[in-house]
Write a protein of this length. Structure first.
Lengths: 290, 296, 249
């Protein structure tokens, strides 16, 4: 039944969006940086994965690992060399945003020069659709991506609850004033935040490279979905960001029931506008902190 | 050669209007909009449709486009400015993305990815602007008018209120300034002025398609403001000139592959943004030692 | 002189998480005099200002301006009710000139024009220039406020308040750091307005100068009003001095 299939597709997409969104939320929550270049981490991971696996014919797991590591390194270095200096000086929200946007533009166009502007993708048998009963199809990769999402979120849950760094990050996210009061080291924390946030976006990129293909401009949509999900879920709530991502994925997929795929991409932003209009604090954000 | 120069000047005029109208809210009010290319596109499509179905007169197409752009701006500014300026950036990004989808998908209205072709020649008071010279004259007049409007607004109480809100919104509120309404009006004005550029563009190139109104275009407009300087009325125009001359200049560097020139431009502007934000603590806004000429 | 206070806080409470910013605060601001709030850092003085102007909402208690509740009032509403407020960190419109700073606070309409047309506009400009001259900043009229020296900025902050028609002034450490001569001039300007029916509440840190400026003092610590009344009595109280200078139980 079409609706059920769309639901399954929506869960897959939602899992991917949730990963991106939580990655962004971890970073924003801990550092208050509008990390527009979050989308750039995504593109770097995807294109590097493509390059290593498809062009250099590395084993896929090695390519995936290397690409993911590159994404993490990018995030951490950007924090070290760009965000930190800006925030030391004046660091208004907008200054950081423009710089982040600038990096995204540079990276996107370097990729255009290196790889061209059209789609690249990796063909793999994992994307073949398998009937799981009742006419519903799902690919191995689809199942894998959902499992990865669940796995990473479980790990994140543990990390944020049981480790010193994790607890600090979560506290930071909900109450930025606490950082200074409790003498936590913001520099080290922001490094962790960027590392984790950039790591979370890696599976999304890896999956997309195999399934939908990658273009240099994909980063814009990635970061917008992440922000939209964070706002929907409530700024300051990591759980909210994940839920927001899931909602957006489901909505976009279900929208295909009535709209063409082109229009369904706009659904996420319509939902975003609706929340900004009616409930800017999101589902789990505290009203006072908007 | 003359045709090339005339064409270039027309595009510079159009860009001058784009940059000036964006600077009105970024440099002047501290409102960062990433949707300017979207408004540019909406106006271009509106102008093209008016020209093809209603009237080729600029005096019809331009006001229609301005009205549509101003009304559309309310869609993002009313909900988000009520909250915080940061939400406005997000909302404007969202609008930019939706706009591209609308341009590409609403095929019956916009012609989809192929766009609208065959926009007729513009007319003004019945006179057809067939020659490049005549169109340039009109474009320059529009640029002058837009610049004048911005300059005048800057000197009024409205301009002062905008800058007060930009400089310190909390203090402005303590003195009963309604930041939400003032910013909303500023955004509407900025979008409407941008609409003029859109109509001129549609008539000049006589076709519109989604490719001209993407984030890349927003990057170019921002670069014009950054390079030309946000503190003066003429800065954005200078920036527009430089941005349009750069591609021509780059072609002289023959070791650069031609197909990469557009990307190289974007890389230069992106890098300029990063470097400026890192090394100029006051960011885009504020002229560190130069006297703020808005106050004149 | 009437006895009913211009501003009355009753049982005002405010907490931020575990921090008590205002603890059952009762405070009256009698009309036509200067009441000074003193107390160590973090005592909650600025918080009270924020509660009065609506930047913060109290958890409980009432705040009344001439009998009218300020419960639903936001900072703009407070300004409209005749409350003018200055900030400890000044919050000048930094990129704007001295003249524009003073002129702009009189331009309250959100529309691209102000009511009253040309005549009113000219009046506002004249009033701005007059006020700038009164505070002694005529030489800096067209300088950007961010380029001013420390003392000049303080006087500019005062000018912005002077030029409004406010009847209740809340000044947060308005003269801290001024040299004695400037300070005397500042106090003179402030005191001069009392005759026009203005009521003033100051936050002041420096106990030496508090004596000279205050008609009444309220001493705060950790969100609590420990004492309120004649300046001499409060300033000579050794217990309060101990708290102020950091010896705690």
């Amino acid at each position: 039944m079409l609706l059920l299939q769309l639901l399954v597709d929506g869960l897959q997409l939602g899992a991917i969006y949730a990963l991106m969104a939580v990655g962004f939320a971890v970073i924003f929550g801990a550092t208050r940086v509008f990390h527009y270049a979050h989308g750039t981490s995504y593109v770097i991971v995807g294109y590097l994965f493509y390059y290593l696996a498809e062009r250099l014919h590395l084993a896929w797991w090695a390519a995936a690992a290397a690409a993911s590591a590159a994404g993490v390194v990018f995030g951490v270095l950007l924090d070290r060399w760009m965000y930190r200096p800006i925030q030391r000086d004046e660091g208004s929200f907008f200054t950081v945003f423009v710089a982040s946007f600038g990096i995204a533009v540079v990276a996107e166009n370097v990729i255009v020069i290196l790889f061209g502007a059209s789609f690249v993708s990796i063909s793999t048998p994992l994307t073949r659709a398998n009937d799981i009963g009742g006419g519903i199809v799902i690919s191995h990769l689809g199942i894998l991506s959902m499992l990865i999402a669940v796995g990473l979120f479980t790990f994140l849950n543990w990390f944020l609850a049981k480790t010193d760094v994790g607890v600090a990050l979560r506290a930071l996210s909900e109450n930025p004033e606490l950082v200074r009061s409790f003498g936590l080291n913001p520099r080290k924390l922001s490094q962790y935040a960027f590392a984790i946030g950039s790591l979370l976006v890696a599976p999304a990129a890896l999956v997309a490279t195999c399934v939908t293909g990658l273009t240099p401009t994909a980063g814009h949509r990635v970061v917008l979905i992440s922000i939209a999900a964070s706002i929907i879920g409530g700024i300051g709530s990591l759980r909210g960001a994940g839920l927001g991502g899931l909602i957006l994925g489901l909505a976009e997929s279900l929208a295909v029931w009535k709209l063409s795929t082109g229009w369904s991409e706009a659904v996420a932003f319509v939902i975003l506008f609706a929340f900004i209009l009616a409930r800017p604090s999101g589902l789990f954000g505290s009203k006072a902190r908007v | 050669m003359l045709g090339y120069i005339l064409n270039l000047l027309i595009l510079v005029s159009i860009s001058g209007i784009l940059a000036g109208s964006l600077n009105f809210i970024i440099g002047y009010a501290g409102i960062y909009s990433m949707a300017h290319a979207a408004f540019f596109g909406v106006a271009a499509y509106a102008g093209a449709l008016v020209a093809m179905h209603v009237s080729t007169s600029l005096l019809v197409a331009i006001p229609v486009a301005m009205l549509i752009c101003a009304a559309l701006s309310l869609v993002i500014s009313l909900p988000s400015l009520r909250v915080r300026g940061e939400y406005f950036v997000v909302a404007s990004l969202g609008l930019q993305m939706i706009a591209f989808t609308v341009f590409s998908e609403w095929k019956s209205l916009t012609g989809g990815l192929g766009g609208l072709t065959g926009v007729p020649v513009a007319t003004l008071f019945g006179y057809a602007l067939r020659s490049l010279e005549s169109f340039l004259a009109v474009s320059l007049v529009c640029l002058a008018l837009v610049t004048f409007v911005i300059y005048m607004l800057a000197r009024t109480s409205f301009g002062r209120s905008l800058r007060a809100i930009r400089d310190n919104e909390v203090a402005a509120a303590a003195f009963d300034k309604n930041a939400t309404i003032i910013k909303t009006i500023a955004v509407a004005i900025s979008s409407a002025l941008c609409g003029i550029a859109g109509v001129l563009y549609a008539f000049h190139v006589s076709f519109v398609n989604p490719e001209s109104f993407t984030v890349d275009q927003s990057v170019l407009i921002m670069a014009m403001i950054i390079i030309g300087g946000t503190g003066t009325v003429f800065g954005p125009i200078l920036g527009a000139l430089i941005i349009h001359l750069l591609p021509a200049g780059l072609t002289y560097l023959t070791f650069l592959p031609a197909r990469d020139l557009a990307s190289l431009q974007q890389i230069i502007y992106g890098a300029a943004m990063v470097l400026l934000m890192v090394y100029r603590p006051s960011g885009i806004i504020g002229s560190s030692n130069i006297k703020d000429t808005w106050s004149k | 002189m009437s006895d009913t206070p211009v501003l009355r806080l009753k049982s005002v409470n405010k907490r931020f998480g575990g921090v008590v910013a205002a603890n059952n605060v009762d405070l009256d601001l009698p009309p036509g005099i200067i009441t000074t709030l003193v107390g160590p850092n973090g005592a909650g003085k600025t918080t009270l200002f924020n509660l009065i102007t609506g930047n913060l909402k109290p958890d409980s208690g009432t705040i009344e301006l001439r009998g009218q509740s300020l419960a639903d009032v936001d900072p703009r509403g407070a300004a409209r009710l005749g409350i003018a407020r200055s900030f400890q960190d000044l919050r000048l419109f930094e990129q704007m000139t001295v003249f524009e700073n003073v002129l702009s606070v009189m331009e309250r309409s959100a529309l691209p024009w102000q009511p009253g047309g040309r005549a009113a506009a000219r009046e506002r400009r004249e009033k701005a220039d007059a006020t700038i001259a009164t505070v002694g900043l005529a030489n800096w009229r067209d300088a950007r406020s961010i380029d001013l020296g420390y003392a000049e900025q303080k006087f500019l902050s005062l000018a912005r308040i002077l030029v409004t028609d406010a009847s209740l002034w809340l000044l947060d450490e308005p003269a801290s750091g001024l040299d004695p001569a400037s300070y005397a001039r500042f106090v003179g300007l402030v005191r001069g307005r009392l005759a026009h029916g203005v009521t003033i509440c100051l936050i002041e840190h420096n106990l030496d100068i508090v004596h000279g400026i205050s008609d009444r003092i309220a001493f705060l610590d950790q969100g609590t009003v420990l004492a309120a009344g004649e300046p001499r009595a409060i300033l000579n109280d050794p217990k309060l001095a101990a708290i102020y200078f950091g010896e705690r139980r």
